[in-house]
Design a protein around this ligand. Structure first.
Ligand code: AKB
Length: 317
């Protein structure tokens, strides 16, 4: 079934926004049959990961995870199964359970099967007291439950590395903009939804204020950052291993609207801030990623114009 010489990879949360793009890239690099997509949702004909193996898997079901890892001879896990901020604040108990429990399942499975792990963190680890240009090292006092789960996830990665030598790594993802799969349940989702709305309706009702500035990144950059981090030799990975700051760009909601208006004739946007404004306000405006630059030579490629062009092109096809 598999090519024997390749390190087989498993992705959790493979049907989500990041998973869809990551599985695609991994399968192009290593062959469809060497990348196992898993998700708690059933694979449908519409999802982007139908071209290779798939297993239904709850990230809380550690026995099934262990069995699948053994059955498929998995050597590396990319753990993307998680709940995002907006949904997480509505269901805090479930958010803690899935986000913390999922990381524990993956780290335990990695410990007993000697696997390498990627488990992402987020800019949500920062709280309102952190500097607005967020440094790598600053006290982490998030005010969202989602942010708390990401801080705990980073601590768990550190723990399993120092105590059990599990080579797990993570990035603090900013808001991610992509077209292959819709975003869902996050605060930064407006920066994705707006493109589809602009093309389909010429109008978007935005749920944050026009002056809201957040760190953002195009998915191509995020996938490249993920794989560059994971492919870096262990000696180059420093103390930031559980959550490297990675910067793409930073813009306000109004700046995004203006950039889309330049390309979509007649596009209009109204602003009706809701509860997600509060989560956005608690996060930094931009990110200092000098540790990622120094340790493994990180550099983003996409600016706002390039993102807008690429999003509109791909969504119009
Ligand atoms: C969210 O909005 O919840 C995520 C994140 C910043 O981690 N995109």
């Amino acid at each position: 079934m598999f090519a024997p010489e390749v390190n087989r990879i498993m992705v959790t949360g493979a049907l989500g926004q990041i998973g869809t793009d990551l599985v695609d890239e991994l399968r192009q690099r290593y062959g469809n049959e060497n990348v196992l997509a898993t998700d708690i949702r059933q694979l449908s004909g519409h999802s982007g990961v139908t071209n290779g193996p798939f297993e239904l898997l709850s990230v809380l079901d550690i026995d099934s995870m262990d069995k699948i890892v053994k059955d498929y001879d998995i050597r590396k896990i990319f753990h993307l199964g998680a709940m995002l901020s907006a949904v997480g604040e509505k269901k805090p108990d479930l958010c803690r359970k899935i986000n913390i429990g999922g990381v524990i399942s993956v780290l335990e499975t990695a410990k007993s099967n000697n696997l390498k792990v990627y488990a992402p963190s987020s800019i949500a680890v920062f709280g309102p007291e952190a500097p607005k240009h967020a440094p790598q090292n600053t006290p982490l006092n998030p005010t969202t439950v989602y942010g708390e789960t990401k801080v705990i996830g980073e601590n768990l990665i550190n723990d399993y590395w120092t105590k059990y030598n599990v080579d797990a790594r993570g990035l603090r993802y900013p808001g991610l903009i992509s077209w292959k799969s819709p975003a869902g349940g996050g605060t930064t989702d407006y920066a994705v939804e707006i493109f589809q709305a602009a093309l389909n309706h010429g109008h978007y009702d935005c749920f944050v204020k026009p002056e809201t500035r957040l760190p953002m990144m195009y998915m191509d950059d995020a996938i490249r950052a993920t794989l560059e981090l994971m492919d870096s030799p262990i000696e180059s990975i420093g103390k930031s291993r559980p959550g490297y700051n990675v910067s793409g760009l930073s813009f306000t909601a109004q700046e995004l609207v203006d950039a889309i208006k330049d390309k979509v004739d007649g596009f209009t946007c109204n602003f009706f801030p809701d509860i997600r404004q509060k989560y956005a306000d608690s996060w930094p405006d931009s990110i200092d990623d000098s540790f990622a630059k120094e340790d493994w030579s990180w550099k983003a490629k996409y600016d706002l114009n390039r993102i807008v062009d690429s999003m509109l092109d791909n969504l119009s096809d």
